[in-house]
Design a protein around this ligand. Structure first.
Ligand code: SF4
Ligand code: SF4
Length: 373
């Protein structure tokens, strides 16, 4: 049976001790991390918000986990891809959240999924996506650990250890998952991601949670706990129950259970669940509260497409060589152009271009929504 530990942690000055205790209570890292393993720690770096906004995993949680990984003989690597709405969002979010600085100080390498490239992978027993592009650093790690934040979510009601891996997708794949237009189908898409990554552990930052209009515009709430488990699905079941949500109605949990991950009744160790139960206000938003046809038909008009500026391009070929889906095509005259059908909107080409020759072309809806005309 999967164990989930709950340890009280009223504020972040106690977080390091609480995390060590929570990890120990469910067996520690001995069976999980071997000497020299690259251990990818995946916090929630949703947006460029400060830690007190409670939209992102707190930097103290990230640094504490880096130290524990080092102590276990592993090599900590911290990475995420923000809720990408425009190129460069992740770099800003890593800084503003304090995660980049905390991770580096604790001796970890920091990777930006937006610029590290994506690899196409096959999904075992797919529910929604037979193939997916996933961030390379996640696929290259020996061990992956989820570091979610305890928050409500407009689409999945609650966001935790399983949903956290949605950040490993490039923008186009994220859009495809949202275009499914229904919560349960979206949950199944996230379960497909989870089934490829197969994380080995999760530690949740529930010290300062977010209620109301999460995952980014809700209200911070003192929830005062740290949770840990070798099973992300089990952790999500307990965390959702703790904040007053029906765990089996969380689409990402239902999707993961459907794929055979976790079980319905994890065992709680440490602080009893009934002692820390509280009621989070749910999010009132929700993409899927809009009719599915609206999401499918209008969501596609939000695009920020890369385009090669032929006047600036020096034809070095860096974009062509590094584009994962080979969307940058070389023409007979030696110039390059981007095939929109193949482009997954990862924006790696823009980051890599030595001559700033990849422009961003926004659709009208993207101009309106990003308020930059
Ligand atoms: S063209 Fe650029 S944005 Fe599109 S997939 Fe290739 S590297 Fe990514
Ligand atoms: S990386 Fe930039 S300069 Fe080099 S070929 Fe691509 S667009 Fe042109």
């Amino acid at each position: 049976m999967s164990k989930v530990s709950i340890v009280r942690c009223p504020d972040y000055s106690d977080a390091k001790k609480a995390i060590a205790e929570a990890v120990d209570l469910v067996g520690g890292f001995e069976e999980i991390i071997s000497m020299g393993d690259r251990v990818l720690l995946k916090p929630n770096v949703l947006a460029a918000r400060p830690p007190e906004a409670a939209a992102t995993t707190h930097p103290v949680v990230v640094s504490a986990m880096c130290e524990l990984v080092l102590a276990a003989g592993g090599v900590p690597v911290v990475g995420d891809g923000a809720g990408i709405s425009r190129p460069g969002a992740t770099a800003k979010a890593l800084k503003a959240s304090g995660i980049e600085e905390a991770a580096r100080k604790a001796g970890a390498e920091v990777v930006n999924f937006e610029t590290a490239g994506y690899t196409k992978v096959k999904v075992p027993d797919p529910l929604q996506f037979p193939e997916l592009y996933l961030a390379k650093p996640v696929l290259e790690a020996d061990v992956v650990i989820s570091l979610p934040k305890l928050k409500t979510h407009e689409l999945t009601y609650y966001t935790g250890a399983v949903k956290n891996f949605f950040g490993t997708l490039p923008l186009n794949s994220r859009k495809e998952a949202h275009f499914l237009g229904k919560r349960d189908l979206f949950g199944e898409a996230v379960a497909d991601i989870y089934s490829v990554i197969k994380p080995r552990f999760a530690v949740m930052d529930g010290v300062l949670g977010m209620e109301g209009n999460g995952p980014s515009h809700g209200k911070p709430i003192n929830s005062g706990v740290v949770l840990a488990s070798p099973n992300c699905v089990a952790l999500d079941i307990i965390a959702a129950e703790m904040i007053g949500f029906d765990p089996l109605k969380i689409p990402t949990t239902a999707g993961a259970l459907k794929k055979g991950f976790g079980n319905h009744c994890p065992l709680v160790v440490g602080t009893p669940l009934k002692e820390v139960k509280m009621k989070f206000k749910p999010s009132s938003g929700g993409i899927s509260t809009a009719p599915a046809f609206l999401v499918r038909n209008f969501g596609k008009y939000f695009t920020i497409r890369p385009r090669i500026n032929q006047e600036k391009c020096i034809r070095c070929g860096a974009c062509h060589l590094n584009c994962s889906p080979q969307a940058v095509e070389k023409l007979a005259d030696g110039s390059f152009r981007i095939n929109e059908e193949k482009c997954i909107l990862c924006y790696c080409c823009r980051e890599l271009c030595p001559n700033d020759a990849v422009d961003m072309k926004k659709s009208l809806m993207a101009k309106v929504l990003t308020s930059e005309h």
